[in-house]
Design a protein around this ligand. Structure first.
Ligand SMILES: NC(=O)C1=CN([C@@H]2O[C@H](COP(=O)(O)OP(=O)(O)OC[C@H]3O[C@@H](n4cnc5c(N)ncnc54)[C@H](O)[C@@H]3O)[C@@H](O)[C@H]2O)[C@@H](O)CC1
Ligand SMILES: Nc1ncnc2c1ncn2[C@@H]1O[C@H](COP(=O)(O)OP(=O)(O)O)[C@@H](O)[C@H]1O
Ligand SMILES: [K+]
Length: 460
């Protein structure tokens, strides 16, 4: 059982292909289900500390895992019962059912137990749960003191994270073989509780991965403030946003940060305030230029964004600037560009679209040729080459004004340090999430920007 940082994230189709690959190499489905079930049972056994376990088994292979779990717990002497929704209907699940030699209760009449294991549905759910199933899951879940989902909580769509009737969050979800998008995308992610990954012997390499602690360059004897990475931030109509962004860039490790368009000195004193003119914008030492935080959307600001696009700098485009560009314009400009839209900015720039957040982020990266950081409580990062990174659940107190400005600064700092745009975006999101974790509750964006120093130090 391991933590999820860096783990591959597979759609249902990719998971079935990975499983098929294992079978092509000589593995078989029954053996794989035995491995999955025994690994789950080991975790359930440890956590239940001898308390009675009720395993709910569905008709497919998720239910098959459930029978193996129950048989394994029984063999270990643990008190365990099974309640099922219909008979198994796959060969592998039928086989697993033969290993359970005790009675099977009907789901609707099952008596609760202190530990509930949900093996009703995993990646194969195809429509919303029936009301009677929702009612049984609710009743048994409320009566349990520990709820554990096998692969996924039953009643969520594996690929999109949409809710398909799942009534309440579980305490722990044991992801089998690889993570699925629903472990990270809302609303499903919030229903999964703590997510842990169990190895079941499939090769789970994928273009999508969970963000983990990044590798960032450390300063050495040869370092000076400019080669550590110089960030410039364009100041617009709302000065505070650009100040926050620039402050964040400094605390995330940039060697030199210039705020362009500011004249009055003030804290932080390490921030260099310069006029915003052609000479400042053309400074070849700038390794990443941020435009957008607190910018404003009037014609003067539009012209400013065009000047930024005309530069040769690597760009982080955030906030209002996302309303002043088009995907085609970005694609034509090329070069290193990171876009950091929240849902409203995403829709303004890329329009309304169907599909999961993962699909939409990938389509946006493809359309713009830029790396897209689609923010929210389930941030998704997509590069134009299809590589994708998903953020693990972050501190919900991040829903505070200015936290996006801080993120833009953190990402710019990592881009200026020489990381490629996908790695820089992922590193910035990680630092931002780690800073928020350290801040605890009711912090403000200024606290968050300063806490980036501790988040950065945690990596050394
Ligand atoms: N690599 C893999 O893919 C592995 C998968 N395993 C398990 O198998 C699961 C996938 O198994 P399946 O593909 O059989 O799918 P599931 O067991 O998730 O569900 C499919 C079954 O549920 C029925 N069903 C779907 N939606 C329903 C609804 N709303 N109401 C009532 N019935 C509904 C379907 O008709 C089908 O019988 C995984 O989540 C995992 O738990 C493991 O056994 C190990 C390996
Ligand atoms: N509920 C939440 N849980 C975790 N992170 C969140 C939540 N809400 C927002 N965030 C994160 O906080 C930041 C908010 O950015 P944004 O909406 O641009 O704010 P602002 O414009 O005020 O700076 C993003 O990084 C986003 O991913
Ligand atoms: K399940």
């Amino acid at each position: 059982m391991r933590k999820i940082a860096g783990a591959a994230v597979l759609t249902a189709v990719e998971m079935r292909a990975a499983e098929a690959g294992a079978f092509d190499r000589g593995d078989d489905a029954v053996a794989m289900m035995q491995r999955a079930g025994h690994a789950c049972a080991a975790a359930v056994g440890r956590l239940s500390a001898g308390a009675e376990v009720l395993v709910l088994c569905g008709p497919g292979n998720n239910g098959g895992d459930g029978y193996v779990i129950a048989a394994s717990l029984a063999a270990a002497g643990q008190p365990v019962r099974v309640a099922a929704l219909g008979a198994p209907n796959t060969d592998t699940a039928v086989q697993a059912r033969t290993g359970w030699h005790r009675p099977v209760e009907a789901l609707g009449e099952a008596f609760p137990a202190p530990v509930l294991v949900d093996a009703l549905f995993g990646i194969g759910i195809s429509c919303p749960l029936d009301d009677t199933v929702v009612a049984a899951l609710s009743r048994l879940g409320e009566a349990a003191r520990l709820t554990i989902a096998v692969d996924l909580p039953s009643g969520v769509d594996s690929d999109s994270g949409a809710r398909l009737g799942c009534p309440a969050p579980v305490d722990l979800t044991l992801a089998l073989g690889a993570l699925k998008p629903a472990h990270l995308l809302q609303p499903a992610a919030a229903l999964c509780g703590t997510v842990r990954l169990l190895d079941i012997g499939v090769d789970a390499s994928a273009t999508a991965q969970v963000i983990g602690p990044p590798t960032l360059p450390e300063p050495g004897p040869q370092s000076h403030k400019f080669n550590r990475g110089m960030v410039a931030v364009v100041r617009g109509r709302m000065a505070g946003a650009a100040e926050l962004c620039a402050t964040a860039a400094m605390h995330a490790g940039a060697g030199y940060v210039a705020l362009l368009g500011a004249s009055m000195p003030g804290a932080p004193h390490a921030l260099v305030r310069r006029r915003l003119d052609d000479e400042a914008l053309a400074d070849r030492r700038i390794a990443a230029l941020v435009v957008g935080p607190g910018l404003g959307r009037d014609d003067d600001m539009r012209a400013l964004v065009e000047r930024a696009l005309a530069s040769e700098h690597a760009l982080v485009i955030d906030g209002d600037a996302l309303h002043l560009v088009t995907p085609e314009q970005l694609r034509t400009r090329g070069g290193q560009i990171i876009l950091t839209p929240h849902a409203g900015e995403f829709e303004a720039l890329f329009g309304r679209s169907d599909g999961s957040k993962l699909d939409r982020a990938r389509a946006a990266a493809n359309a713009s040729g830029a790396t897209v950081v689609f923010k929210g409580p389930d941030t998704v990062i997509a590069a134009p080459d299809g590589r994708t990174r998903l953020a693990p659940a972050a501190n919900n107190w991040l829903s505070t004004a200015g936290s996006g400005d801080v993120l833009a600064g953190a990402i710019a700092s990592c881009l200026a340090a020489g990381l490629d745009p996908l790695a820089a975006a992922a590193a910035g999101v990680w630092l931002h999430g780690e800073a928020a974790r350290r801040c605890g509750a009711a912090f403000i964006a200024d606290d968050l920007a300063r806490a980036l120093t501790q988040a950065r130090a945690a990596l050394t």
